[in-house]
Design a protein around this ligand. Sequence first.
Ligand code: HEM
Length: 145
Amino acid sequence: MRSSMLPCTPLPVLLLVVACAATPGPGGRSLYEDLGGQPGVERLVTATVRLAHSDKRISFLFEKMNDAELIRQLQDQICYLSGGPCEYKGRSMSEAHSGMDINEAEFDAFVERLTDAMVGTGIPHSARNRLLSLLAPMREEIIHQ
Ligand code: HEM
């Protein structure tokens, strides 16, 4: 088999995951709608960043950053990924997290706080899982950069 035929590129898998998660859920609604549209995404992202600041395992990474800018970028990214009417114009995940050397435990801590924020802002269980499955493939682009 020629090397170009080897099924080793993660891109199709990533696209499939993105396509599935952005596809309407059981009730025919998009994930974006299930997250509560723009106000829901804004509440979620603001709560996540607030919780990240209060978590001693990761707060040091957020100390010097511009919260308003991060919230704006994260909002656009989640809106876009979930099928909302937004465009993400920020950096790639490896560029955005470059120099932080985020480890597995720190990544998991961030996802825990994101999950707490989803529960706290009333996002339904199935939507929580769909959003997490969209973000999980980014792990490799974020850790150890
Ligand atoms: C799936 C998980 C994650 C997603 C989707 C995500 C998304 C983003 C986005 C969209 C930005 C802004 C990019 C830009 O300004 O161009 C960003 C920046 C940032 N992220 Fe993440 N991130 C994730 C995980 C993490 C983790 C685990 C940490 C730390 C524990 C972290 C810490 C930061 C910090 C401190 C910045 C600001 C960087 C700067 O302004 O220079 N992120 N992230």
